[in-house]
Design a binder for this molecule. Structure first.
Ligand code: KG4
Ligand code: ZN
Length: 353
């Protein structure tokens, strides 16, 4: 079954061709990061407009790179939730037009569930029994969520963030430090040359049995480390004693490393706790989402898996960030169960978790 996948939930326009949910024939990602950089974050209206401009060229390129004809497409998949509504609508409309004109079924896929499928792409050897039950961790700009997975589409949420998503914390810390957007890759890179013990930043734990995350305290701790504890100024307004412009390059590296150590420690703490609570024990650890590209997180989850004797499925880097291959991949699981949608499929800004 050859599936054309479309992804437009945030600020990457993705189109992919995937055979039988496993073999990625093409995975085109037309990034918009350059358009959002001057605003220090994604601007929904700019994202929607940019999707409109990019979707057809991305579609053509994806078919070309896969050496696929339109006729060879068996179904059209689209990430229809969650995301920015205007952005989602572009992908959903394009997918409907393709499905209708080709006379093929359309399959709406949950973007977060698809992130967990990313580590199963490009591998024809896995079976349901070899992977599931699994523990899943989705870490992205919008989500930090732990799941128990009994199958690619059978997810039960175990915990999520009570405030900021971890990727959002990366982006905000980068902005506090005067680094560019998106912050994750820059903070990750700078952290490699910093001292991760230079600043004593808090690792959020919440209640002992909680599987939820919290990252806003860590972000605020970085703000105070950079600008000093706020105090009331002469006219009664809040002032910070220090200016971020005074930071040396060395201090920025050290702050990135210290932040990264605390953020990854918080993720690992809850991941380990989730594994301990699962019965039967998970057969694999699935990781997904933009932050799963993080070098320290990848190393620490790999080490945890080795210690516990549980194989880890780390998505290759092109499948960590938003992409359409994961959408087309997961849609195969729906398609082979004959569980498809119709042209009434709606774009839904909120998601399953
Ligand atoms: O999955 P994704 O592309 O979009 C959402 O669904 O949100 O994730 C984007 C997030 C951004 O917050 C970005 O800063 C973060 O992933 N990110 C990283 C790294 N690469 C991207 N965070 C930490 N380390 C990285 N190497
Ligand atoms: Zn995503």
């Amino acid at each position: 079954m050859r599936i054309l996948g479309i992804e437009s939930s945030c600020d990457e326009t993705g189109v992919a061709v995937v055979d039988d949910g496993r073999l990625v024939r093409s995975n085109v990602i037309a990034s918009q990061a350059a358009l959002h950089v001057e605003y220090g974050g994604g601007v929904p209206e700019i994202a929607s407009r940019a999707h409109v401009e990019r979707i057809l060229p991305a579609l053509r390129r994806s078919l070309d790179e896969a050496d696929a004809t339109l006729d060879s497409i068996d179904a059209v998949a689209v990430g229809h939730r969650p995301g920015l509504i205007g952005a989602l609508l572009v992908g959903v409309s394009a997918a409907k037009a393709m499905a209708w004109s080709l006379g093929r079924p359309i399959v709406g896929v949950d973007h977060i569930e698809a992130h967990l499928y990313a580590g199963l792409l490009d591998d024809e050897t896995w079976t349901r029994e070899s992977i599931f039950p699994a523990v899943g961790l989705v870490v992205s700009g919008g989500h930090s969520t732990l799941y128990r997975a009994d199958g690619p589409l059978a997810l039960e949420r175990l915990g999520w963030t009570i405030d900021d998503a971890v990727g959002e914390a990366y982006d905000k810390v980068a902005s506090i430090l005067g680094l560019s957007y998106p912050g994750g890759p820059v903070v990750d890179r700078r952290a490699t040359s910093g001292d991760d013990r230079a600043y004593d930043l808090p690792v959020s734990r919440l209640a002992p049995d909680s599987l939820d995350f919290s990252f806003s305290g860590l972000k605020t701790a970085v703000l105070y480390a950079v600008r000093g504890t706020p105090r009331r100024g002469g006219a009664g307004q809040i002032e910070h004693p220090r200016d971020p412009a005074d930071l040396s390059e060395r201090e920025i590296d050290d702050l990135c490393a210290s932040f990264q150590r605390a953020a990854v420690a918080a993720l690992l703490l809850k991941l380990r706790r989730a594994i301990e609570t699962m019965s039967p024990a998970p057969r694999t650890i699935l990781l997904g989402g933009g932050v799963s590209a993080n070098s320290r997180l990848r190393a620490e989850v790999t080490a945890l898996g080795a210690t516990l004797g549980i194989p880890v499925r780390l998505p290759p880097l092109p499948y960590c960030l938003d992409n359409a291959a994961m959408i087309a991949g997961l849609a195969f699981e729906r398609g082979r169960a004959d569980d498809v949608d119709d042209l009434e499929l709606a774009a839904v800004p909120s998601g399953a978790g």
